[in-house]
Design a protein around this ligand. Structure first.
Ligand code: SAM
Length: 346
C-alpha cells in the first residue's frame, strides 16, 4: 500500500504500537488479572485467524505502527504461534516484534519463536518464591518459568525483560531480591504498579505500591538512583532508572503517575476489536468488515478515523477520581468479556 501517511490523534499522539491479544485463555489465575476459575470465553469462531491478524498488521503498519507485541491471555497457548510470528515479521515497517508471556511454555517454544522472527520477550514473574506463586496465581509451575527465561536467553531473545506487578502484602518485600535476580541472570526488571483494570476486581489503592515508594525503598538499600535521560523523550511505558553500579531497571507507574500524554499504544482483542486505550469502554469492531469483504483501503479509513478522533486519557481520568475503587465488578465483566484484561491484552 503506497501513499498512506501516518496518523495522529487529537493530542498529536502517533499510532506507533499495537498490542495484539491472540487468545483470551490463560494457564494462570493471577489474583490481580484473572482470579476466577471460569470465564465467558470468546466464541472460537470469532477469534481472528493468523491470516486475518497478518492482514490487519499490513493495514496498521503504513499508518505508523512499527512496534507489535503479541499478548493475551497467555499467547503461547495459541497453537502454531510461530507461524503468526513468521507472517508478521515479513511485513516491511514492523521493526520491533515482541511477546509478553508468563513463561510457563517458553522453554519448549523459545528457539522456534526466535527462528520465526521474534526478537524480544517480556516474561511476567512476580515472585521468586514458588509457594507464593502457587497461592497467588494458582500455578505450581514456577520452575518452568525460570527454565523459560533461560531458554529465551539461550535462543537469542535477549535482553529478556521481567515484568513484576508489585502488590502490597504479597510481593513488595521482593523488590531487592528481584533486582538481584535480574543482575545475576542478565535480566532487566520492570516493576509495574498494580492497576485497576479489567479482572482486578479486588483492587484497592491500599494494595498499590507507588513508583515513589518503590524508588524510596530501593534507594534505602542501594543508595542514590538516577533516572535515565531517555525518560523525557520516549513513547515507552516504563521509565528507566540506574543504580550506582550501573544496574538498570524500569518502573511503569500507570496508576499513580499515568503517562497518557506519551501513549502511542493501541490494542486488538483476539476477536478483532480495536481499542484506543486500555481503559476504553468499547472498541471498534474490525472483524465484521474484515469478514464481509472490506478492502485494505476501507480498513485503513476505519482505523485512521478512529485514531484521528482519539482523545482517550483513561489512566489520567482514573487517577483523578476522588474515591477510587475497582473499575469493574465481576457481573460487568461477565456481561462484556471484552472489558477483561486477558481479552484486550496487557
Ligand atoms: N499471560 C501473559 C503474561 O503473563 O505476561 C500476557 C498477558 S498479561 C495480561 C500481560 C501483563 O499484564 C502481565 O505482565 C501482567 O502482570 C500484567 N497485568 C495484568 N493485570 C494487571 C494489573 N491489574 N495491574 C498491573 N499489571 C497487570
Amino acid at each position: 500500500m503506497t501513499g498512506i501517511t501516518a496518523v495522529t490523534d487529537r493530542f498529536h499522539r502517533p499510532l506507533g504500537s499495537l498490542r495484539i491479544s491472540v487468545t483470551d485463555r490463560c494457564n494462570m489465575r493471577c489474583r490481580y488479572c484473572m482470579p476466577e476459575t471460569n470465564y465467558v470465553w470468546l466464541p472460537r469462531a470469532s477469534i481472528l485467524t493468523f491470516e486475518e491478524v497478518s492482514r490487519l498488521v499490513g493495514v496498521f503498519a503504513p499508518l505508523g505502527v512499527d512496534k507489535i507485541r503479541l499478548t493475551g491471555g497467555e499467547p503461547l497457548l495459541r497453537h502454531g504461534l510461530g507461524e503468526l510470528i513468521r507472517m508478521i515479521a515479513a511485513h516491511p515497517g514492523v521493526n520491533d516484534l515482541a511477546l509478553t508471556t508468563n513463561g510457563i511454555l517458553l522453554g519448549e517454544h523459545a528457539a522456534a519463536l526466535h527462528a520465526a522472527g521474534l526478537r524480544r520477550v517480556n516474561v511476567s514473574l512476580d515472585t521468586l518464591r514458588p509457594e507464593r506463586m502457587a497461592q497467588f496465581a494458582q500455578s505450581a509451575r514456577h520452575a518452568d518459568v525460570l527454565h523459560g527465561i533461560e531458554a529465551a536467553q539461550a535462543a537469542g531473545l535477549g535482553p529478556v525483560k521481567v515484568n513484576s506487578v508489585i502488590i502490597r502484602g504479597y510481593n513488595d518485600d521482593e523488590l531487592v531480591p528481584l533486582i538481584e535476580f535480574g543482575r545475576t541472570h542478565g535480566l532487566e526488571l520492570r516493576f509495574i504498579e498494580y492497576m485497576d483494570v479489567g479482572g482486578a476486581t479486588g483492587w484497592s489503592m491500599a494494595e498499590v505500591v507507588s513508583r515513589r515508594e518503590m524508588l524510596e525503598r530501593l534507594a534505602q538499600h542501594y543508595g542514590p538512583i538516577e533516572p535515565m535521560p531517555e525518560n523525557l523523550a520516549s513513547w515507552a511505558p516504563a521509565d528507566r532508572f540506574r543504580l550506582s553500579d550501573g544496574t538498570v531497571f524500569g518502573v511503569i507507574a500507570s496508576t499513580t503517575e499515568p503517562f497518557c500524554r506519551t501513549c502511542d499504544r493501541a490494542r486488538l482483542t483476539a476477536d478483532g476489536h480495536f481499542l484506543l486505550c486500555l481503559y476504553a469502554e468499547t472498541g471498534l469492531d474490525l472483524r465484521a468488515p474484515l469478514r464481509s469483504g472490506a478492502s485494505d483501503g476501507e480498513l485503513t479509513a476505519l482505523i485512521r478515523a478512529a485514531w484521528a478522533s482519539r482523545a482517550d486519557r483513561g489512566a489520567e481520568a482514573r487517577a483523578a477520581e476522588a474515591d477510587r475503587s475497582a473499575l469493574y465488578q465481576i457481573g460487568t465483566l461477565r456481561a462484556d468479556p471484552r472489558k477483561e484484561m486477558h481479552t484486550r491484552g496487557g
